[in-house]
Write a protein that binds this ligand. Structure first.
Ligand code: BTN
Length: 247
């Protein structure tokens, strides 16, 4: 992976560029990295703040021969790879909040956005967007993000090498992609659960259809979150924002 790397200065979104390259038949493993995104996108149509020269804003193109239902697993594979890359380079312990938030001291350090081009049976291209807050200082974050986001250098107290981090993320991603193709999702799921803060906790999940509260039991092999409510009914949650409650 990452044998073809497209490095750009200022783009609207690396996701958008990777989608276009995918349609133009770019090979599996193509990586798009930008210094700055003017319209970085997050999950649920949110904006991803991507100031120049501070973070890692990148999108990786994969072409697994799998049905589209498997796509959410790639968000979890990527989360595990990023946790390990951050440990390798910074020795900081990152926690995962389902489905795609990586947290350090309860603040967001990395977001992952998995998008796909597919028909009902087969993925044509899978685009994994990774946004890592690396060298921002507090003044680089807009006021409204300061209480919910942080950077590796703020937490570590020193500047961090972005190129080393990109290399480690790609190293682990390639490794776990291989393990996934050979052995399936189970080994990765176990690792993911060991890094996850939400599992076993009392949580509130806000979905498009409303709110659900209960205990997060774990994830299924498809990366779906299982939540048991007070009546003992188990719900499968495909997409939501979750909050970990004190109870
Ligand atoms: C989220 O937490 O909501 C996901 C954020 C994903 C951000 C990355 S930055 C690189 C890539 N390009 C984008 O426009 N978004 C993703």
């Amino acid at each position: 992976l990452g044998r073809t790397i497209v490095v750009m200065d200022s783009v609207d979104s690396t996701q958008k560029i990777a989608h276009t390259l995918a349609q133009d038949k770019a090979p599996e493993g193509t990586l798009v990295i930008a210094e700055e995104q003017r319209a970085g996108r997050g999950r649920m149509a949110r904006v991803w703040h991507s100031p120049k020269g501070t973070g890692i804003w990148m999108s990786l193109l994969l072409r697994p021969s799998l049905p589209p239902q498997k796509a959410p697993q790639f968000t979890l594979i990527t989360a595990v790879a990023v946790v390990q890359a951050i440990w390798d380079v910074c020795q900081l312990d990152v926690e995962i909040k389902w489905p795609n938030d990586l947290l350090l001291n309860n603040k967001k350090i990395t977001g992952i956005l998995t998008e796909l081009q597919a028909d009902s049976e087969q993925i044509h291209s899978l685009i994994i967007g990774i946004g890592m807050n690396v060298n921002q200082e507090k003044k680089d974050f807009p006021e409204e993000l300061l209480s919910i986001a942080t950077s590796l250098s703020i937490e570590k107290g020193e500047k961090i090498s972005r190129s080393e981090l990109v290399q480690r993320v790609m190293y682990h991603l390639e490794r776990y992609y291989q393990i996934y193709l050979e052995k399936g999702f189970t080994p990765i799921k176990l690792l993911w659960e060991s890094y996850a803060v939400s599992i076993g906790k009392y949580i509130t999940a806000r979905t498009l259809n409303g709110e659900l509260t209960g205990v997060a039991l774990g994830i299924t092999d498809d990366g779906v979150l299982l939540l048991e409510d007070e009546k003992g009914t188990v719900h499968s949650i495909y997409s939501a924002d979750i909050e970990i409650s004190a109870k």
